[in-house]
Structure formats: C-alpha cells, structure tokens
Design a protein around this ligand. Sequence first.
Ligand SMILES: NC(=O)c1ccc[n+]([C@@H]2O[C@H](COP(=O)([O-])OP(=O)(O)OC[C@H]3O[C@@H](n4cnc5c(N)ncnc54)[C@H](O)[C@@H]3O)[C@@H](O)[C@H]2O)c1
Length: 252
Amino acid sequence: MLRLKGKVAFVTAAGGAIAGSTARLFGKEGAAVACVDINRESVSKTAADIVAAGGQAIPIVCDVTDESAVKAAIDKTVKTFLKLNVVLNAAAFADPLLPLHQLDLNLWQKTFDVNITGMFIVTKFSIPHMLHAGGGSFINISSIYGARAARNRPAYCSSKGAVRMLSKSVAVDYAKNNIRANSILPGPVETPRLLVANKNMEDVVERHKPHLPAARLGHPEEIAKTAVFLGSDESSFMSGNDCFVDGAYNAI
Ligand SMILES: NC(=O)c1ccc[n+]([C@@H]2O[C@H](COP(=O)([O-])OP(=O)(O)OC[C@H]3O[C@@H](n4cnc5c(N)ncnc54)[C@H](O)[C@@H]3O)[C@@H](O)[C@H]2O)c1
C-alpha cells in the first residue's frame, strides 16, 4: 500500500539534498510532486528522477521569498494536479559562520527572508487549497539548531527556532480544519551543506562528537522517511510537534 497515494505535494528546496530525497520518496509513495527550487538544473533532475521511477512530478523554478512567484507556483501545482495536500518547507540560506557582532544586517535579513518569511508565504498560499481539500499536512524543516544553539550561527539558530513556532501556530489555528503542521529537527545530515564549514565529513563527525550519541551523521533518506510519515494519514492525530531526527543529539 502506497502511503501517499492520491496526495499532491509541494516541496521547496527539492533541488537540494534532504528535500530532493524527500521529493523522490514522496513520488515512490504515490504522491504527485511539485518540485520547487531556485536551482533550475537540480530541481529538474529531481522531478525527472521521480517521473523515471514511474511517479508524477513537475519542476518549478521559484524563489520562496518572492510572493507572486510562490502564488504562481502553488496555482500551477493545483492546476496541474487538481489539489494540494502536503507541503514540505525546506528552503534555507546557508549563512556564513560569524559571531553576532560581525554579522551584517543584510545577512541576518537574508537568513530570515529565506528560512522563515519564505515559509510564511508558502504556507499562506497553501492553506486555502488545503481548506478546499478538507485538510492537509505541513512539514517544516527546522534543525537541531532551532532547539539548541550552535556557535557563531545566531541568524540560522534564531530562524530555525521561529520555524518551530510557525508550525505550532498553524497547528493550533487550523486543527479544526484537519490541517496539521509539524517541524522536523534534523541533527547533522551527510549533505554538501556541511562542507561549507568543514573540510570533510569525518571532520563534521569529530566536531559534533560530544553531542552525537549515534556517532554518525544522519542520511537524507532518514529525514525523508519521517516526512512521509508526517505527510501520510498514519500521523493523523499528530500536529504541532517538534520531531527530532538526530541520533539522540537533543537527548544528551
Ligand atoms: N544538512 C544538514 O545537516 C541539516 C541539518 C539540519 C537542518 N537542515 C535543514 O534541512 C533543509 C535542507 O538542507 P540541505 O542540507 O538538504 O540543503 P541543500 O543546500 O542541499 O539544499 C537547499 C536547497 O534550497 C534551495 N534554495 C535556497 N534558497 C532558496 C529560495 N530562496 N527559494 C527556493 N529554494 C531555495 C537551494 O537551491 C538548494 O537546492 C534546510 O532547511 C536546512 O536548514 C539541514
């Protein structure tokens, strides 16, 4: 039994590692997937992979901070697949590691624009379609750093904390409409993003060792599997949660 059969999903950052893996798994589980990213090449590849595997997908090039582009992307999704049931909000800006007093206002604002304002815009234009469909599920990618601070990442950590509260607000306001919203808080996941601040993946594990009881990085597929559960009816009474997928990082 396919767990997302008959559902339509809108996935931001679908050209990236975690959301790309999730979009592909959504497709395998029977969802029709609108794959959304600013990167035309990578988002086209994700959509093509889903179609090649026998699923349904369209690529959409869209910046989540551009309100009219997001509205057009959601309209295109509904025009193509006739409804909208699941939204994975994963777009994020990889800000440089800097202590707060050296952080330019424009970098702070860019981090908030992409990581949280973009999520607000996508959510705003998705809700009317979910109301029309009789319900829906938002899966918002926060981070372990939305619950505990990382050194020299004040904007990222603050924005990822805001993701959790946006999810909870949506969960509370639309619970009676059968619209759910949950955050996923991944620990460090083996993705190219981690190499921005580290030489190689061994370095990442070494740096995180005191907080990493699992003694390994997560894999994008492990986040994707959690997202499938949250997008499916299996999680029908689950909303407003912080779902840590972190190898016990948060527990230590
Ligand atoms: N990789 C990790 O270890 C890790 C850990 C915790 C949380 N996360 C979160 O998971 C999510 C995905 O991370 P990833 O490692 O797969 O990143 P990634 O860099 O592989 O992918 C990010 C994607 O977002 C797209 N993007 C950036 N700005 C955009 C915008 N304005 N509009 C639309 N698309 C945009 C990029 O083009 C890219 O394809 C992010 O929210 C990140 O904060 C990642």
